[in-house]
Every structure is written in C-alpha cells, then in structure tokens.
Design a protein around this ligand. Structure first.
Ligand SMILES: Nc1ncnc2c1ncn2[C@@H]1O[C@H](COP(=O)(O)OP(=O)(O)O)[C@@H](O)[C@H]1O
Ligand SMILES: [Mg+2]
Length: 402
C-alpha cells in the first residue's frame, strides 16, 4: 500500500536524513517507525504526503508513484496526525473535525453529521464538546480531535507522527488503547512514528527500528524484542526486553501443562486414585457444566500419605459419600488461549497462585500455565524467532534441575 523504493533525502545543508530506504507497509497494516530523535522519522513520513520531496528513489501509494499525483489530491487520501495537533484555535471542535469535508465542499449538514459521528468514534460526546474551542480541552481530548479530523474523509492511509507524545503516560495509554480498538474496526494502512519503544511494541503489527536514517530491523514486535538484529537494536529496545516481550507473546496450547482433572461430584477416592496414579500434587476441579471451579490438593484428598486413608478421607459408612466438592478450593482465575504471557504472569501474582487455567474459544478447559511453563514458553518463543521456526519445533535444553 505504501512502498518506499531506495528513497534518500539529503537536505540542502548536506544533512542526509534518510539513506536508501526501502520499506513496504501492507494494506490494513500498522507499522511503527521507532528511533531516537533526529534519526529521520519525520522526514520519512513527510515524504509520503509530499510535504518533503525525496532527493532520489520513489514512493508508491497503492502502486502509483506519488510524484505524479497532485499534492492536494494526494493529501485527501492520507490522514495526517501530528503531535502539536495543529487544531485551528478559533474554530470549534466540530469545525476542526470537519476541516477536510469542508475543503471537499460537503454541505454544512453533512459536515456536522460526519464530524459528530467521528467525535463519537474517538470517545468525545459531540453534544458536550462539539462547540468548544481547542483551548477548552485537555491535551488528551485535543489529540482525540486530531485523530477524528484525520479520519474525516475516510482516507485509506494514516500518517501519525508522535501523535500521543505530548500527553502524560496515563492518558497516552488510554489513547493507545482507544486507537488500537479503532484500528481493529477501521483497518487503515498506518505509518506511525514514535521514539518510544513501548508504544512501538504495543501498537505495531511490525516495527521498523530506525538508526540514523536507516532501518536496522523490520519485524513483528515479538521478534524485535526476542531476536534483535543488531547490537544497536538490542541496545535500543533495552535490557528489559525479555520482560517487554511477555506482553507480545501469546499463550499457545503447547505451553500448557495437563494436571489431572476431576469433577466436583466425583467421589473423593476416585480423585485420590487419579492424583496418586499421576503423582500429582493437585488436580483441577471442574463443575458439572465442565467450567472451572478450582483445585483440589493431594493433601486435602488424602493422596499424600501411605496406603491408609486418613483425615479428610475417613468415611463414615452412614453418611453421604465424600466428594471432591467437600474438599475443593475455589480458584476462578483463568485466561483465554492467545492472551499474552504477561497477563498470565500478572494474574498469578494477583491471585497468589502457582498456576493459571487456560480456556479455549468455547471456554473449555485446555490446561494450565505454571511459572516454569511460562518461562519455557518465553525461551522457546525467543529461540523460535532467532531461528525462524514455530515455537512448537523448539527443543529446549533444560537448565539442570537443582
Ligand atoms: N529542513 C531541514 N534542513 C536540514 N536538516 C534537517 C531539516 N529537517 C530535519 N533535518 C535534519 O534531519 C535529521 C532528521 O530529522 P527528522 O526527520 O526531523 O528526525 P526525527 O523525526 O526522527 O526526530 C536531523 O538531523 C535533523 O536535524
Ligand atoms: Mg520527528
């Protein structure tokens, strides 16, 4: 959709801001361009809407060489959001949002309707905010108006140059979340510039790591974090890249452990026998709808002692038979397959649990993730990325059990 072919930009003073750049952003893809200040990100972006002309090479939009397209016409196909937002201070939020429809000659009624729809889309109530002026909004709200305005004429392409750079971290995270939600329905082709690796990782389908006008690595976030292509990239993504990577590595079936599964209404001796046979210290307990109820420890089931059943398991012949339900503990923490490992980790901490149940799309229990399985999943996925194979194909050398 956006294709750079050997693009170089040399400024008149001799600064080469972009060196021989070749890069392709696929239709509907969100590519983040990340790198330190002064590495050529803005220059790259401005060449796409012809605010800056390349010194050599060419840029194609949907297969068409943009140097042959009238810049004004070109910009109507490209939404542009920048950090300073650039809202017109003397125009209302509705008018600002409708800037492009206005230029396109839409009627006043059409413009208002479209602007209201967009404000709603970015989470601003048009009735409440539509008639305000930009200086009556918070930084985060202004940024939302900037996004709404860029989307007004429904352009297929969005260029975003550090759009959330000026707001505080909490608001930024909100804006990122909202933008991801928006993108999951709009599927724009987006080139998103940031100097913040966290933002790049969170938003990008792929990340282009820039160093001094050149791409050092162009890969999905997990791969950039797990297998940095150069020492520069490793340094840029930071020493805590393993931790960052947890948030972009999904839980897969192969990562899970399969503890014994028992049901609430199973007789306790049957559960005990299962656990003994497996040498398991605990079992997952499901209810009669096969939904997660919690767990049963081997101790509570009396499966730890010798042959003689004791304590909890001693049964009074006259009483109702003891079932799993009598000794199971509640534990309702679970995650869907595909959730990031980081969520599993934080869920374990939150519930002070040594495992977390994982359910499939139909909410059926598939297995559990334990801290050691989580660690393995991370190592496996890093290794898989380094070798360009799938995670399931990786055989781990086990660190000797102490
Ligand atoms: N109009 C210009 N004339 C000369 N040099 C420029 C101009 N604009 C940017 N530069 C230089 O080009 C390099 C890349 O700038 P820029 O694309 O703005 O980087 P970034 O957006 O990554 O911070 C920097 O060294 C900057 O000083
Ligand atoms: Mg810049």
């Amino acid at each position: 959709m956006i294709r750079f072919e050997n693009v170089t930009k040399r400024y008149p003073d001799g600064t080469t801001a972009v060196h021989d750049l070749s890069l392709e952003v696929a239709e509907g893809e969100l590519v983040t361009l990340v790198g330190p200040s002064g590495c050529g990100k803005t220059t790259t972006m401005k060449m796409v809407n012809r605010l800056i002309e390349p010194s050599s090479g060419r840029i194609l939009l949907d297969g068409e060489d943009i140097s042959a397209v009238d810049p004004v016409e070109l910009r109507r196909r490209i939404g542009y959001v920048i950090q300073q937002v650039g809202l017109f201070p003397h125009k209302t939020v509705l008018e600002n949002t409708a800037t492009v429809p206005y230029l396109l000659g839409w009627s006043k009624a059409e413009r208002r309707e479209r602007a209201a729809e967009l404000l709603q889309l970015v989470g601003l109530d048009p009735a409440r905010y539509g008639d305000r002026y930009p200086d009556q909004l918070s930084g985060g709200q202004r940024q939302r108006v900037g996004v709404a305005r860029a989307l007004a004429a429904d352009p297929p392409v969005l260029l975003m140059d550090e759009p959330f750079g000026a707001v505080d971290p909490v608001v930024r995270e909100h804006l990122q979340t909202e933008f991801l939600k928006l993108q999951s329905t709009l599927h724009k082709t987006v080139l998103f510039v940031t100097h913040d690796i966290e933002e790049a990782v969170r938003l990008g389908d792929r990340i282009a790591v820039y160093g001094d006008g050149r791409i050092e690595q162009f890969d999905p976030p997990a791969k950039v974090l797990g297998a940095p292509a150069t020492p520069y990239v490793a340094d840029f993504v930071g020493a805590d890249r393993g931790l960052k990577r947890l948030s972009v590595t999904p839980i897969e079936r192969g990562d899970l452990e399969a503890p014994p599964v028992v049901h609430l209404d199973d007789p306790l001796d049957k559960a005990r026998a299962r656990m003994r046979a497996d040498g398991a210290r605990w079992a997952v307990v499901l209810d009669d709808a096969d939904e997660l109820h919690g767990w049963l420890s081997a101790e509570a089931a009396g499966a730890t002692g010798g042959d003689g059943a004791e304590g909890a398991t001693a049964q009074d012949e006259t009483a109702a038979p003891v079932t799993v339900a009598d000794h199971a503990r509640r534990m309702e923490a679970w995650l869907p397959l595909g959730a990031p490992l980081k969520q599993a980790f934080s869920s374990m901490l939150q519930h002070d649990a040594g495992w977390i149940a994982v359910l499939d799309e139909a909410d059926r229990f598939v297995g559990v993730l334990t801290p050691s399985r989580l660690h393995e999943a991370l190592r496996r996925s890093i290794d898989a990325d380094e070798r360009d194979v799938s995670r399931g194909e990786v055989e781990l050398e086990t660190v000797a059990d102490a």
